[in-house]
Each structure stands twice: as C-alpha cells, then as structure tokens.
Ligand binder design. Structure first.
Ligand SMILES: Nc1ncnc2c1ncn2[C@@H]1O[C@H](COP(=O)(O)OP(=O)(O)OP(=O)(O)O)[C@@H](O)[C@H]1O
Ligand SMILES: [Mg+2]
Length: 333
C-alpha cells in the first residue's frame, strides 16, 4: 500500500511557542487516520501545513506523492479541506456557496450545479438550499462547509473536528458519511476531540500532545497499552471512597484510583465476574452504599487520560478531584 500522506520531522514555531516539535506520521492510501490531542496540541497546525495554508520551519511533507513546499498547487488540486471554523460566505445561499467552490475547482457550470444539488441532499440541506448561509444554524454551516470540501471529489480529505457543534443526529449522519468516503477509497485525515468518533472511524490513530507524538496505533493497540480491565464502583457518598478502597485493595493488581467529584472508585483487576462477587462480599456489612458496580475494559477515554494526564473533553489536569488514596501516597497513575 502506498502512503497518501508522509510527514517527517515536522517543526512549526509561532514566536516563542513551539506548536510542532518533530511530528512524524504516515497515512496509507484509502485509510482513515485519527489525529487526537488535547486543546493546543498542534492538530490544526498539522492540518494547515498539510493543506498548504502554512509553511513549516522544518520537516518533510508529502501529500499524494507531492512535496507540499515544492508544488503546493498540485497538492491543492488533490485535497479537500474543512477547517475547524466554518468558512462559508454568509451572503450566498447554500447552493451558491457550493457552486462557487465548484467553480474555484474548475468544474463546469452544469457540473458544479449538479454536484451542489447532490451534496446539499446528502447533507440534509436541500430545504435550506436557497437561503443565505447567514440564516443557517451552526450545525448547518458546519455541514455546508464539509460539503464544500468534497465538491471536487478529492482523493484526500482533511477534516478538522468535523462534528464539533453538531447535534447527535447530525453527528451520526456525518459519521456515516465519512465511513462512506473511506469505503469509496478516499484517504481521510481527521482531527477530533471525540474519542468515540476516532474509535469508530479511524483505522489508525496518532495522539499528539504539546507538538509531539505520544502514541500511535490502532484503537486496540492503544487500549492494550493502557492495560486490562478495572472494577468500577460508584458510591452514594464520597466519604466512603477511602474506606471502600481499603477493603478492596487486596483484589487489585494495582492501586485504586478515587474521584471525589464523581464518587467513583476504579481498581485495576484481573480475573472475571468472580471479582465482582468478592468485592460485594468485602463491602458487605461495612455500611458503604454502592450505587453501581461493574467490570470495565479500557476505552479510548482511558487511553487519553493515561497518556495526557487529562480527559479529552476536560480542562487540563489539576483542576478536577482526581487523587489516589492519601494513605498510599501513590503517584497519580
Ligand atoms: N497563528 C498562530 N500564532 C501563534 N500561535 C499559534 C498560532 N496557531 C497556533 N498557535 C499555537 O500553537 C499551538 C497549537 O495550536 P493548534 O491550533 O494547532 O492546536 P489544536 O490541537 O488544533 O487545538 P484545538 O483542539 O484547541 O483546536 C497552540 O499553543 C496555539 O496557541
Ligand atoms: Mg484545532
């Protein structure tokens, strides 16, 4: 399989800020790469460089076999780009916006019109096709913006947070659409804050933080990196977390993790359902009231939390109530 995108040693500085500090990645033709990372990690900067909107300070970038610095025009003709912020013309209608972009990509008038109609239909915008975009909701603009990036049927598509701001129904529709693109052989690089989105759509993922790649692989590989299953309990009272942790600690393969704000206790364990029975026995008669108890496998949220020290859709670490039991003095996992 050839690589549609090759990035080596990418560096980008903005004054004193090093936004990218040596990023390497490849995307095989016809696959979907999920580029993940917390706010400010450098995702949009990668996308802007790959789409010729920004020049790197160092590194090699090839898109569709073409060096981005050497021949940006050739790169532009083989890609579609959707920015993080919708870039539609407020005063043009949905149809006019798409036709205009089609013309920019040198489609004939008829073809641009036909393609606009098709995409408006696909993105559920037919009813709003003849209204100026300024009357569109945020989600409608987002969909129009993505439709615009697909006008010329690009072989490689960049989607920077394609579903941010969409309601659940539109998000599902967008997921279906992106999956269809991939099935049709289009190479997709998508950035997202939603790990479920990456899990569903991406063949492989690259996680960046502070401009560096901190992990890469398939969803399964990343999950395996975080470890095995955990026993998770939600208690009625946060005050019971420490006593419950003391009772359950012998069942664990590692230290328990407590979260005051969610009243949740999480304990790495091995073994099957018998762990649950044993946990219930151990808490019996202690007065600890358990609202929920389950055995969980790691999901991508756990991967993200472990790798970056904070959840994908939260503020940076240090602001939430996470801690290990004081008695253990253990470092956060
Ligand atoms: N034009 C610019 N001028 C100065 N600093 C910039 C510029 N663009 C990006 N940065 C900085 O580079 C870093 C990476 O920004 P970038 O927008 O690529 O992050 P991101 O991963 O897309 O974040 P988000 O999830 O919030 O979209 C940040 O520290 C940001 O402040
Ligand atoms: Mg961004």
């Amino acid at each position: 399989m050839t690589d549609a995108i090759v990035v080596e040693g990418l560096v980008k500085r903005f004054g004193a800020t090093t936004a990218l500090d040596g990023v390497d990645l490849t995307v095989a033709e016809g696959t979907v790469l999920g580029l993940l990372g917390p706010n400010g990690a450098g995702k949009t900067t990668v996308v802007r460089i790959l789409t010729t909107l920004l020049q790197p300070d160092a590194g090699r970038v090839q898109v569709a076999g073409v060096d981005v610095l050497r021949d940006p025009d050739a790169v532009r003709s083989s890609i579609g780009l959707t920015g993080q912020y919708a870039a539609v013309d407020e005063y043009l209608t949905g149809t006019e916006n798409l036709e205009m972009v089609g013309r920019l990509y040198r489609l004939g008038k008829r073809e641009a019109r036909e393609r606009a109609r098709e995409l408006l239909e696909r993105f559920d915008l037919t009813a709003a096709a003849d209204r100026p975009a300024k009357t569109y909701s945020g989600g409608m603009r987002r969909r129009l913006d993505i439709a615009a990036s697909l006008i010329a049927r690009p072989r490689i598509v960049f989607l920077d947070e394609p579903t941010t701001g969409l309601d659940p129904r539109s998000r599902l529709a967008m997921w279906e659409f992106i999956a269809d693109l991939a099935t049709g052989g289009t190479t997709v690089l998508l950035t997202t804050q939603y790990l479920e989105e990456a899990d569903r759509l991406a063949d492989r993922m690259v996680v960046i933080d502070r401009g560096r790649v901190i992990a890469r692989g398939t969803a399964d590989e990343l999950k395996a990196q975080v470890g095995g299953q955990r026993l998770e309990l939600t208690l009625a009272s946060a005050g019971d977390l420490v006593p419950a942790a003391e009772r359950l600690r012998p069942l664990g393969t590692d230290e328990p993790h407590l979260d005051d704000s969610t009243r949740r206790l999480s304990l790495p364990v091995s073994g099957g359902m018998d762990v649950i029975a044993e946990a219930v026995r151990r808490l019996d008669g202690t007065g600890v009231e358990v609202l929920d108890l389950a055995l969980r496998r790691p999901d991508l949220d756990d991967v993200f939390l472990t790798l970056t020290g904070h959840a994908a859709e939260e503020e940076p670490a240090g602001t939430e109530g996470d801690r290990t039991p004081a008695a253990t003095g253990g470092a956060p996992r």
